[in-house]
Design a protein around this ligand. Structure first.
Ligand code: GRF
Length: 213
């Protein structure tokens, strides 16, 4: 079974969705940069090794990233999954896991990289919002897009109602993307795009839209 390590910083609802999906993967460890992350308890409750590596204990980003690599690599994961991991990773960390580091971002990238995506989407008056699962590259919230889910924006939405709708979509697509990776179905093309290989071996472009809550 493919081994993965999940990095979190907080409540861990995406982690929970990944666990609930009962994918044919071994979640070797869950690691948080914040010792109080609720997601750590979730992992422990399922018997998964859950560790905190407090970034505040390290003098520099590089020192922390190197320590994190050391802990992750003890588990020899084939994939590292960022699930609400709210700390910027340095270039050497990202390059160390090139092609096997996945992130979920709560917007339809390349729109709204960074923080406060839902409030910014409302301020722009967009009619469609959503989330993106992508491979991580050194540029923040960029990188080859694996799958996106779109949700409608309603005229009476607040950042909170919109966030909840997007989060439900996140919980659908992240387990799917991980399953595709585990099945060897994600093709990273030379042009930086990702295609999904279907069961017959041909390729198809990904797009999931619309009818999510
Ligand atoms: C999610 O919206 C994710 O897209 C973003 O941070 C949030 C984490 O939520 N990167 P959770 O910890 O998975 O509940």
């Amino acid at each position: 079974m493919m081994k993965l390590v999940v990095l979190i910083s907080g409540r861990g609802s995406n982690l929970q969705a990944i666990l609930d999906a009962q994918l044919p993967v071994e979640i070797a460890a869950v690691i948080s940069n914040r010792p109080d992350a609720a997601g750590l308890d979730l992992a422990r409750a399922r018997g998964i090794p859950a560790l905190a590596l407090d970034h505040k204990q390290y003098a520099s980003r590089e020192a922390f990233d190197n320590a994190l690599i050391g802990v992750i690599d003890r588990y020899q994961p084939e994939l590292v999954v960022l699930a609400g991991y709210l700390r910027i990773l340095g270039d050497s960390f990202v390059m160390h896991y090139a092609g096997r580091l996945m992130n979920i971002h709560p917007s339809l990238l390349p729109s709204f990289p960074g923080l406060d995506t839902h409030a910014r989407a409302l301020a722009e008056g967009v009619k469609i919002h959503g989330c993106t699962v992508h491979f991580v590259t050194p540029m923040l919230d960029h990188g080859p897009i694996i799958v996106q889910a779109a949700v409608p924006v309603h005229s009476n939405d607040t950042a909170a109602t919109l966030a909840a709708r997007v989060l439900a979509a996140e919980h659908c697509v992240y387990p799917k993307a991980i399953a595709w990776f585990a099945q060897g179905r994600l093709l990273l093309l030379d042009n930086g795009q990702v295609n999904l290989r279907d069961d017959s071996g041909s390729e198809q472009t990904l797009f999931i839209s619309g009818s999510l809550p």
